[in-house]
Design a protein around this ligand. Structure first.
Ligand code: MG
Length: 241
């Protein structure tokens, strides 16, 4: 899973360099698939429950699950990229929301707070804590900045399957839910809306949009619970750390 995670990090970093005004989400999908396969992995999302691509690409008021296509990114957009990779039968899952060219200060702030909420949730990933401690940390940070968290989609356990128990909501009281044990691996993925938390599904039956049209950001890491604390598998790890 750590190998799969490293591949996803490399893939997302590559996409971050490729994203610029004028590129289509389909081009990003092709770059991602090629990268994962060259690293010896398989794009987990492709054909998952019929999903036709290797990444989800979700611009602006699209929360998640965007099918890549002809959509051409424009200066000032934000775009959430979610990607899964399977290596030797084990899966990692990661997402990042990127700016396209220069973005507004308000959009930049949304990205920053959403990523911070993710990291605060990850900090709760210690043995003996509960899933609700993660949820509460995420929600508290997002709402403290006037944003809302999407409630109808949640993080999840990950391993040989992309979606395993337990579910990891981005909201709720601390101290509740399943206990975190050594060796568990969770995909933690706050989806934070600038406006209300309500979402609706698009005509393609995949894309999820904010109901009020407000911007939405999504960051995700795959995190192992270890006796040394949380180990983020979808970042570049420092040798010997
Ligand atoms: Mg996920």
């Amino acid at each position: 899973m750590a190998r799969a995670g490293r591949t996803l990090r490399g893939c997302l970093d590559m996409l971050g360099r490729a994203i610029e005004p004028g590129i289509t989400t389909r081009e990003l999908d092709r770059l991602a698939e090629r990268y994962i396969r060259e690293e010896g992995g398989t794009p987990t999302f492709k054909n998952y429950r019929g999903f036709p691509a290797s990444i989800c690409a979700s611009p602006n008021d699209m929360v998640v699950h965007g099918i890549p296509g002809k959509t051409r990114l424009r200066e000032g957009d934000i775009v959430g990229i979610d990607v899964g990779g399977t290596m030797d039968g084990y899966i990692a899952d990661a997402a990042n929301t990127f700016p396209v060219g220069e973005i507004s200060e308000a959009a930049r702030r949304l990205l920053q707070i959403t990523e911070e909420a993710l990291m605060l949730g990850i900090a709760k990933c210690t043995i003996g804590n509960r899933v609700g401690d993660i949820s509460h940390a995420v929600q508290t940070h997002a709402e403290a900045h006037g944003y809302s968290v999407v409630e109808s989609m949640v993080g999840h356990g990950v391993g040989r399957e992309m979606h395993e128990d337990p579910q990891v909501p981005n909201f709720g009281p601390p101290g509740q839910g399943p206990e975190l044990r050594e060796g568990m691996v969770l995909a933690i993925e706050p989806m934070v809306n600038m406006g209300g938390h309500e979402v609706e599904i698009g005509e393609d039956n995949w894309a999820i949009y904010t109901e009020d049209g407000s911007l939405s950001a999504h960051f995700e890491h795959t995190v192992a619970i270890t006796k040394n604390g949380p180990r983020i598998l979808t970042i570049v790890e420092v040798e010997g750390a």
